[in-house]
Write a protein that binds this ligand. Structure first.
Ligand SMILES: Cc1cc2nc3c(=O)[nH]c(=O)nc-3n(C[C@H](O)[C@H](O)[C@H](O)COP(=O)(O)OP(=O)(O)OC[C@H]3O[C@@H](n4cnc5c(N)ncnc54)[C@H](O)[C@@H]3O)c2cc1C
Length: 263
């Protein structure tokens, strides 16, 4: 069985800087990490590898050269290999062209039985990429997967989280599964995993390698335009009340509220 996991590198903090001129993210301004929700997808793929014979897990990420770190993190957890899809021509990609690029990469790498994605990325947060990749590959998708119950004979049975409960779905492979964090507890890489990741060579695929036409990738393949980016301006300033203990603080707060006519 061949499994691919889609992994995105995201800023490691909430302090995301945007270029107000171009409307794009300044990636170099912040530390990066594997999208935390993608770790559950990686873990689930590794669990299938441990449960069944002849399972091969490949990690695929589209991003700048430093996204190789997210791929290596997935390898250190137990994935077999990784591919970085990176090319200046991919810059400015919206979710449609990101999904086009990832689906063209999957096609280039061969037939996969299961493709995993996270529920959403913590920076863009659209949750569109998984479903869009499945659509572009013309395969079914099951979203919000909270448990894999059974795989065999070309069929997978999964449970998915829905409002107020869960439902069980049986689908033929190949399939794309986007998983929720209730599905498992991602492992911490061990030393041999870290050494394997450090020594792995990650092939970098360009738009030419995946045979992607220029009008489908990057800004020219993106029908969405960010027309304006701005930081919210704070119109009110706070008042800090300092006191030696909780009782005095309460007195000060009451005094302050009375002075404002609230009490
Ligand atoms: C007009 C426009 C211009 C943009 N320009 C830029 C830009 O210049 N630079 C920039 O960094 N961003 C840019 N973006 C944001 C970029 O489109 C999104 O970050 C990207 O498409 C992924 O969407 P998302 O973060 O909402 O992922 P989601 O759909 O929330 O992610 C769901 C899952 O899909 C998978 N996934 C998502 N992205 C990737 C990936 N790259 N590789 C592997 N797996 C992935 C992961 O498994 C993830 O958990 C732009 C967006 C728009 C609309």
């Amino acid at each position: 069985m061949k499994i691919a996991v889609l992994v995105k590198q995201v800023p490691a903090s909430d302090n995301v800087k945007m270029d107000e001129e171009t409307g794009t993210m300044i990636r170099s301004a912040t530390d990066a990490e594997m999208n935390p929700l993608d770790m559950y997808a990686v873990e689930e793929a590794i669990r299938l590898k441990e449960e069944f014979e002849d399972v091969h897990v490949a990690v695929v990420s589209m991003g700048p050269p430093q996204a190789v770190d997210a791929i290596k993190e997935a390898i250190s957890m137990g994935c077999d290999e990784g591919y970085l899809v990176s090319d200046r021509k991919f810059a400015g990609a919206d979710t449609l062209s990101t999904a086009y690029t990832l689906s063209a990469t999957i096609r280039h790498l061969g037939d996969f039985d299961i493709i995993f994605s996270g529920e959403r990325a913590t920076d863009g947060e659209t949750g569109q990429v998984g479903p869009s990749v499945a659509t572009q590959l013309d395969i079914p998708i099951v979203t919000y997967v909270s448990k894999i119950e059974k795989v065999g004979n070309g069929i997978i049975r999964v449970r998915r989280a829905i409002e107020g409960g869960e439902e069980t779905v049986e689908v033929e492979l190949p399939i794309l599964l986007s998983v929720v964090k209730e599905i498992n507890e991602p492992r911490i890489p061990n030393l041999s995993g870290k050494i394997k990741a450090k020594n792995s060579q990650i092939p970098v695929l360009t738009s030419t390698d995946i045979d992607a036409p220029l009008d489908k990738i990057g800004l020219s393949g993106s029908p969405t335009r960010v027309v304006k980016v701005f930081y919210p301006k704070l119109s009110r300033t706070g008042t800090v009340i300092k006191a030696k203990n909780a009782e005095l603080a309460a007195d000060e707060i009451v005094k302050f509220m009375k002075s404002r006519g609230v009490l």
